[in-house]
Write a protein that binds this ligand. Structure first.
Ligand SMILES: [Zn+2]
Length: 226
């Protein structure tokens, strides 16, 4: 869905056919700082031969200020034009909602419900590791073809993102399995004792993956060629 753009146009016309023909680039752009309400606002000036006149735009969600100019000649007037519209630009900027950076502590809507972003240390993987008194050096999520999870000798664990498509007990089992490898790099009795201490659903999860694992690969992360 497109956001409606707030724009303001001038009465200046384009520079005529001769000028349009001499335009070498349609993508020429430059940036300048403009003082608006006591602060420096970056203004991007862009050349667009299809524009009919100088237009200043303020993006309603990012507050990005752009002046579109139909020709190189008008491009030289673009900053002056924006300067003449500072009170209009200031009014638009005042309406731009405050940006929310996606950092720890920020609140964002997830499926329409406000959620707090917390650091990954509180994730289930680290929870299991803490129970075993250890910690993975790194956790990565990939689109792996053959394995649901893996644990390397240097304590790096990686998971298939597709596990989020599986029931929670399956995900728990894979995390328990890889976390147990942090202490036991084998599938011996001690290893399985560790897994059992983290999750009771070993055989049901293994059976589920055997039965349904292939189906999780139906979902393409990207469009594939037919
Ligand atoms: Zn294993």
């Amino acid at each position: 869905m497109d956001l409606a753009r707030r724009t303001k146009e001038t009465g200046y016309g384009s520079e005529g056919k001769l000028m349009r023909k001499s335009l070498a680039s349609r993508h020429g752009s430059k940036r300048e700082l403009l003082r608006i309400d006591g602060r420096a606002v970056e203004v991007t000036m862009r050349l667009n031969p299809r524009a009919r006149r100088l237009i200043v735009k303020v993006h309603p969600s990012t507050g990005e200020v752009t002046v579109v100019a139909p020709s190189r000649i008008s491009l030289t007037r673009a900053l002056d034009f924006a300067r003449g519209e500072t009170s209009w630009i200031a009014r638009q900027l005042a309406r731009v909602p405050k940006q929310v950076p996606l950092v720890s502590g920020a609140r964002i809507p997830f499926r329409g419900v406000e959620c707090l972003i917390v650091p990954a240390e509180k994730g289930r993987s680290f929870e299991f590791a803490a129970l075993l008194g250890t910690r993975p050096r790194r956790v990565t999520v990939r689109d792996t073809a053959s394995r649901w999870g893996s644990c390397s000798a240097n304590k790096s664990i990686s998971y298939s993102w597709r596990l989020i498509l599986a029931p929670a007990f399956v995900l728990d089992y894979v995390v328990a399995h890889e976390t147990a490898h942090l202490l036991e790099m084998n599938h011996g009795p001690r290893f399985w004792r560790l897994v059992r201490s983290l999750t009771p659903e070993i055989s049901t999860a293994q059976a589920w993956l055997k039965e349904n694992g292939v189906m999780l690969h139906r979902y393409a992360a990207r469009e594939t060629a037919p």
